[in-house]
Design a protein around this ligand. Structure first.
Ligand code: FAD
Ligand code: NAI
Length: 474
């Protein structure tokens, strides 16, 4: 007899595993289908999706290792600490990263056990409908479900004519597991992956050249942040970033990779030992059986959903990277919770206006809400408060004073409309702005909150005071 569940989630990435756990917490029999082993040594299915296996978590582990090397080589000296003969063992660094991944992916298995979520190994796809149940094919076996949540995520977009072998020409999968530091590293795409992983390998000693199609740097960030980031990355850190280029032929030979490209006025060649292709990601809907059941996709190949992640089919929902919106783990997880709660008849909800974006470069970059350019384009009147970390005692003590916090508030209501941080711990600092905006706070509300001293969060406090032109320490 075929297995039957109230809720079956297809895909065990952050959107899917969270949806499965929340559904189980709400009293549904819940199962999660996962196809990928992510090169598990035993060939077993690995939970956690892109995020845990080849995304957020491994990249942050490598970022940390490379930051420590940078500190040892260049940061300790200002504290009077000298270390000779600093060495880096790439194998140990990669093994540490792999161990963290294993710890976390096994942790999801534990969470599934605790919450009584059944793992179904194999590729999942729609096979049809019988009465009010969906029939799914999971690795050749039929599974029945009252509700289906599609959380199949995304995969790297590749460029035509550039074959990715994940040894010499890599997407995120290969770029997280180099066995040695390439002398010359080429990167196509100055987006989040290009800048995060480009920074890792630059700190480890590679000469890094990034080729970006768009003429503007970090076009989605606030322009002031993008300008500061450009200065730090190119002038202080020595990343070579070329904007407005058109990629031509890419050839791989015995001596490495040659990337032919055009700038506005000349044809050039980049010779490198390894190449990372990081030009965005595409939704995973291949072989999902969408056509078997009439599941509607949008014009960009994503599953078409409404604000509550409902598809065009009854009792079928879709969450995470496979649907519209930013391709971010926390956005997917929120959607997973929302959908499980909606299925249970509760008022599940995601506030898409306050989803934070973070780049884990050094300095980190984080923002939530509108940029100054967006407010101008929308004709919204606003006030700005901007405070540099240089004016903060804790930042000075830490020896990390790059960057600033910029707060944008409505000129009429004072409601906070956007907060932009470039600097140390921006990823943590942004949470205060997210909470404030979620609850519709004004800059005056933040100005009246007591912030611990000495902390970097005082810069947020001062930025709020600066909106009203009354900063106390700047
Ligand atoms: P995924 O994590 O892609 O999971 C989908 C799962 O479904 C996969 O395990 C896949 O094998 C499985 N699957 C697909 N089709 C089927 C099928 N038919 N049957 C069975 N299983 C199937 N986001 C952040 O928020 N912060 C970060 O710091 C961050 N860093 C990143 C760094 C890198 C290098 C990359 C590549 C991404 C990063 N992201 C980050 C993005 C983040 O990883 C994704 O937004 C997130 O993983 C999306 O979650 P998801 O559950 O929608 O999909
Ligand atoms: P991205 O969208 O951030 O950046 C891709 C870059 O490639 C863009 O700047 C784009 O203009 C450029 N590009 C596209 N086609 C090109 C071409 N033909 N030639 C040269 N440049 C080209 O995508 P990325 O870096 O691949 O990351 C994918 C997604 O993964 C991100 O959008 C994000 O959602 C997620 N991610 C999130 C992270 C975080 O939250 N810290 C970290 C890494 C990834």
């Amino acid at each position: 007899m075929s297995k039957q569940f109230d809720v079956v989630v297809i895909g065990a990435g952050p959107a899917g595993y969270v949806a499965a756990i929340r559904a189980a917490q709400l009293g549904f029999s819940s199962a999660c289908v996962e196809a990928e082993s992510y090169a598990d040594p035993k060939g077993e299915v690995r939970l956690g999706g892109t995020c845990l296996n080849v995304g957020c978590i491994p990249s942050k582990a490598l970022l940390r290792s490379s930051e420590l090397l940078e500190e040892a080589n260049h940061g300790f000296v200002m504290h009077g600490i000298s270390v000779d003969n600093v060495k880096m063992d790439v194998g140990t660094m990669v093994r540490r990263k792999d161990n963290i991944v294993t710890q976390l992916t096994s942790g999801i298995k534990g969470l599934f056990k605790k919450n009584k979520v059944t793992t179904l190994s194999g590729h999942g796809k729609f096979a049809g409908r019988e009465d009010d149940l969906w029939l799914l094919d999971v690795g050749g076996e039929t599974v029945k479900a009252k509700y289906v949540i599609v959380a199949t995520g995304s995969k790297p977009r590749h460029l035509p004519g550039i074959e990715v072998d994940n040894k010499v020409v890599c997407d995120n999968v290969g770029a997280l597991s180099f066995d040695s530091v390439p002398k010359r590293l080429g990167v196509i795409g100055a987006g989040v992956i290009g800048l995060e992983l480009g920074s890792v390998w630059k700190r480890l000693g590679s000469e890094v050249t990034i080729l970006e199609a768009v003429p503007e740097f970090l076009a989605t960030a606030d322009a002031a942040v993008a300008k500061e980031a450009w200065k730090v990355f190119t002038q202080k850190q020595g990343l070579s970033i070329n904007l407005g280029v058109k990629i031509g032929k890419v050839t791989v030979g015995k001596k490495g990779v040659t990337v032919e490209y055009e700038t506005a006025d000349e044809s050039k060649k980049l010779e490198c030992d390894r190449l990372i292709v990081s030009v965005g990601r595409i939704p995973c809907t291949d072989n999902l059986g969408a056509e078997n059941v009439g599941l509607k996709l949008d014009d960009r190949g994503r599953i078409d959903v409404n604000d509550h992640c409902q598809t065009n089919l009854p009792n079928v929902w879709a969450v995470g990277d496979v649907v519209r919106g930013p391709m971010l783990a926390h956005k997917g997880m929120e959607e997973g919770v929302m959908v499980a709660e909606c299925i249970a008849g509760q008022a599940g909800h995601v506030n898409y206006d306050v989803i934070p974006s973070v780049m884990y470069t050094h300095p980190e970059i984080a923002w939530v809400g509108k940029t100054e350019q967006q407010l101008k384009n929308e004709g919204v009147e606003y006030r700005v408060g901007q405070i540099p970390f240089l004016a903060n005692g804790r930042a000075l003590g830490q020896g990390d004073t790059t960057g600033f916090i910029k707060m944008l508030a409505c000129a009429k209501t004072d409601r906070v409309l956007g907060v932009h941080v470039i600097g140390a711990s921006a990823s943590e600092l942004i949470s205060e702005a997210v909470v404030a905006m979620e609850f519709g706070a004004s800059s005056e509300d933040i100005a009246r909150i007591c912030h611990a001293h000495p902390t970097l969060s005082e810069v947020m406090h001062e930025a709020a005071l600066a909106v009203d032109k009354r900063p106390l320490h700047f």
